[in-house]
Design a protein around this ligand. Sequence first.
Ligand code: AGP
Length: 607
Amino acid sequence: MCGIVGYTGKDDAKRIIVDGLKRLEYRGYDSAGIALLVDGKLVVLKKKGKIRELESEVTCLDLVSHTGIGHTRWATHGHPTEENAHPHTDCRGEIAVVHNGVIENYMTLKEELLRKGHRFKSDTDTEVVAHLIEEERNVCSDFFEAFLRAVRKLKGSYALAVITTESPDKVFIARKDSPLVVGLGDGENFVASDIPAFLPYTNRVIFLEDFEAGIVESDCVTVTDFNGERKEKKPVTVPWSLAQAEKAGYKHFMLKEIFEQPRAIADTISGNLPWLRGESEIEGLELDGIKRIQIVACGTSYHAGLVGKFYFENLTRIPTEVDYASEYRYRNPVVDENTLVVSITQSGETADTLAAMRLAKEKGARLLTICNVIGSTATREADAVLYTYAGPEISVASTKAFTTQLTVLLMLSIFLAKVTGRDEGTEDLLSQLLQIPSKVEEFLRLEKESERVKKIALDLYRVKNMLYLGRHVNYPIALEGALKLKEISYIHAEGYPAGEMKHGPIALIDETVPVVVVATKGRVYEKVLSNLEEVKSRKGKVVAVTNEGCREVKEKSEFVIEVPEVEEFISPIVNVIPLQLFAYYIADFLGYDVDQPRNLAKSVTVE
Ligand code: AGP
C-alpha cells in the first residue's frame, strides 16, 4: 500500500529518496511527498498523483541535503490531496513524519492536541504523530525519548520514519504491524517499507520487528524497544539482485515476471530439494501427531492453497481445509495442537494472513509459512518457513509467486507422503517436477515466436464478461485466470468448476461471453469435454487451454492454446501461464497500467 523511504549519508538525499519512491510505485499510491533537512531547516514538497510530478519539482530544487524521508500515500483517512499527502509536520515545521498503517486512536489524540493549541493542516490520522512528538518534546530533554513517549500512546498499526531539525543527520523509526527495513550501506544508511527501494545500494538489511524503534545515522543504527532498552540486531543479506527489480527491457514487470518463471521454479526446486532429499531438516517443523492441515491465504496465494489441498489429501490422506485468511478468524475454526496451519503469502506482510496465523498460534496449532520475502513478518512468526525463490515480485498481479508456491506445495506434500509412509509414486512425481522449468521455458519460447496468446487477446479484448472453467486440480487455475483478468483489465470474469456450470452460470452464456476452459489431459478430461459441449450448444466461444493430442477439444474450440503435456498433478503450474499472459495482453491492449492496477496494492497491510 503506502511506501516509505528514508536516507542519511554522504550522498544526495533527494535523488536517492525520489529514486526509492519510484521503486515502490508498484505498491499503489495516489500522492507522494518528501521532507529534507537543509541547513538546519525542513523543506517539504508534496504532490497529488504520480511521482514524476514530485520528481520534476524536486529536481529543480537548488539545495544540498544528506538526510530526508519520502512517502507514497494510498489514501485511507482523508482524500488524496496535497494537504493529506505525507510527510506531515508539527506546528513549528521542525518535525516531519511519514507513516504506513492506521492510527486507530487518532481522533482522541487529535482532540487532546487541539485543546492544547496545536493547529492541524490535514484530515489524516498521521498528522497527530508529528504534533504528539512536538508535545512530548516539551516535557522531556531528548528527541528520541519524546519520540518513544509519543509512539507508546499510539494505537493501531504503524511504520514510522521521522526527521527533525534538531538532529539533522538522524532518521527516527518505529514499527508495529507494518513492515520497516533498514538498509546498511557504506557511510550511508537507508530506511524503507520494502527492500527494492534501496536495492541499488545495498542488500544487507536489518528487519525491524513489532514494538521496535531506532535511530538511523550514516555510520550506525541503534535499535531499542519502545522503552528505549537497546536490542542487538543481526544484519541479514537478502539474495535479491538489482536486475531482478528492474524491467530489463520488458514493457511491464508483469510480463518480465511471467517470463522469469522457468528460472523462478528451478530456483525454488533447488532451494527446497535438500530437505526433501533428507539432506537437511525443515527447521522448526514438528509433525508428530498432526491430524489435519489448514491452509490460510488471500487472493492468488489462496488459489495456490486450493491446489495444495489436492496435493495434501491425495498424497498424504491428511484432511485439509483451505480458508480465506480474512474469514478464518471469524468462523471460530476448529484448530488445536494437532493441526498444522500452512500460511501462504508472497509478501509475508498481508494483514489478514498474519491475523489468521496469530489466531491459530493462540489455539496451539503448529505454524508453517510458505513465503517469498526473507525476514518478513510471516517468516518471523511461523514455527517453520519454506521459501519460494521467485525473487522480488514487483507487479501487483502475482505470477511467478504463484507457480513457485505450487512448486513448494507439491514438494511439501511429497515430503509429508514420505513421512507418513505413503511414498509410492512420489519419486516419479518429483522427477517429473524437475522437468517443469524446461517445459515452461519451451511454452514461453513458442509463445514468443507464434504470439498465439497475444493474437487471441487481440481478438477478444473488447468483451465485457468472461467465464473461466476448470475441474479437479485445475479448478483453482480457472479461479486464478479469472482473478488475473479482473485485476488488471477490469473485465468482469468468473471462475467456476466446469461441472457446476449447469447449476447456474450456464444462464450467462451466449455468443458475447467467451469461455476459457482448462481442458488438458487427466482423469476429468472427458468430463470437461462434455462441459465444453454445453458451452458450445449455448453459442459460447471457447478458448481452450489444452494439449497436443486433444483433437476433440480443438475441434470444438474457436481458440486453442497448446501447452506441454505434463503429469496431471503438476499441470496447474503449466496451465496457469497462458492465462497470465492472456490477462496481461488484454490489459495492455486496453491501455491500462498493467503493473499498477486501479484500487489495488501489492501488499495489503491493513485488514
Ligand atoms: C494477486 O495477483 C493479488 N495481487 C492478490 O490477490 C495477492 O495474491 C493477495 O493480496 C495476497 O498477497 P500475499 O501473497 O502477499 O499474502
